[in-house]
Design a protein around this ligand. Structure first.
Ligand SMILES: NC(=O)c1ccc[n+]([C@@H]2O[C@H](COP(=O)([O-])OP(=O)(O)OC[C@H]3O[C@@H](n4cnc5c(N)ncnc54)[C@H](O)[C@@H]3O)[C@@H](O)[C@H]2O)c1
Length: 323
């Protein structure tokens, strides 16, 4: 039996998802849905499936195994809720929801995201969030090193990223180091892409810093995550840029790097691996390392907490803030 996939939102990122499914032997795209009918028709002609301009009609007609929601963050809540409340397994792009756009996540977005997570729980449709950076070679190697205890006890984290990767980096920090419990933050710069800097306290007690900016050109490294443990310091550069390991007991350091010098290469692979993992999940129930609906909500709570902390000029305890 093929895995029947429906795409919602026939825009640019949908192409990456569709390409990923095309590489999964038993996946079949059965529906293309967009509120703009011509877009759905154009995608159906190019990639196959029937065209729809209504998510509900599409779900009723096709009953897909996977509903892949590639709408923008402002337009994510309605199609996701329509899908999960009817019990459909759903993948949604990131961040889970942001009415003002992904660079301006606000406190008001949190209750909407919570409704999405509750709809999934109540309706029985599983919801995953497309934090595909988890599927990068070096992100996976760093996660393996941390889980295997190769870094030892974590002492601190130091991360910086372009805003385009902001929610991915918050997700990666949570994935690598556990929940972020509290932080102080400040913001400056242009209104539509504010530079933000925060001091973090993780649930395990260690501290970190996180800076997001939209100033530098996109052709240099997009992100840098440095994690210092008792045994050494690991530095992840970009999603395909490399991983460096600086052991504390030796002067030599180890570099894991691909043979090419283009840090963007490998980005597409993360989408392919993500949708392949989702198909594995549908077939066999495996989930690792897909980001769950709760991961999506927690990531948004951290992002929204930045705005709250910066406005108040004081430390924000995330559990108390979003209780
Ligand atoms: N995971 C990643 O690395 C990554 C990279 C780039 C973009 N993204 C995310 O992908 C999302 C989509 O970005 P994009 O550039 O593809 O957007 P886009 O505007 O190109 O496409 C969105 C499409 O959704 C359609 N749409 C809106 N509401 C709808 C609804 N209710 N039902 C059906 N269709 C609807 C629009 O008509 C449009 O065609 C963004 O939230 C962005 O953050 C993720």
């Amino acid at each position: 039996m093929p895995i029947r996939v429906a795409i919602v939102g026939c825009g640019s990122i949908a192409r990456r998802h569709i390409h990923g499914y095309s590489l999964v032997e038993d996946a079949e795209i059965v529906a293309m849905c967009d509120v703009v009918e011509e877009k759905a028709q154009a995608y159906a002609e190019e990639y196959g499936g029937r065209a729809y301009n209504s998510v509900v009609a599409m779900l009723e007609d096709e009953a897909p195994d996977i509903v892949d929601v590639c709408t923008r963050e402002q337009d994510r809540d309605v199609p996701v809720i329509q899908s999960v409340e009817r019990g459909f397994t759903t993948l949604a792009e990131k961040p889970i929801y942001a009415a003002g756009g992904q660079f301006s996540v606000a406190a008001e977005d949190v209750p909407v995201a919570r409704r999405m997570v509750e709809a999934a729980r109540d309706g029985g449709g599983e919801l995953f969030i497309a934090f595909n950076y988890r599927f990068g070679d070096y992100a996976q190697e760093l996660k393996r090193m941390i889980d295997a205890g190769e870094l030892g006890e974590i002492y601190y984290v130091n991360a910086s990223t372009r805003l385009a990767c902001w929610s991915h980096v918050i997700d990666l920090l949570r994935w690598f180091c556990g929940d972020i419990e509290a932080f102080a933050a400040a913001m400056s710069g242009p209104e539509d892409r504010r530079t933000r800097a925060g001091s973090l306290r993780f649930a395990d007690g260690f501290v970190g810093t996180l800076l997001g900016e939209g100033i530098r050109p996109a052709f240099h490294d997009m992100l840098r995550i440095e994690i210092c443990g008792a045994a050494g310091t690991a530095v992840l550069r970009d999603i395909a840029g490399g991983l460096e390991w600086f052991p504390h007991d030796a002067r030599q350091h180890r570099v894991l790097e691909q043979a090419h010098d283009n840090p963007r290469e490998g980005f597409g692979t993360t989408f392919e691996r993500e949708v392949a993992a989702l198909c594995d999940h549908v077939r066999a129930g495996t989930t690792v390392p897909l980001a769950t609906a709760e991961d999506g909500l927690r990531e948004l709570e951290v992002d929204a907490g930045f705005a709250v902390a910066a406005e108040r000029g004081e430390w924000v305890d995330l559990r108390a803030e979003w209780a």
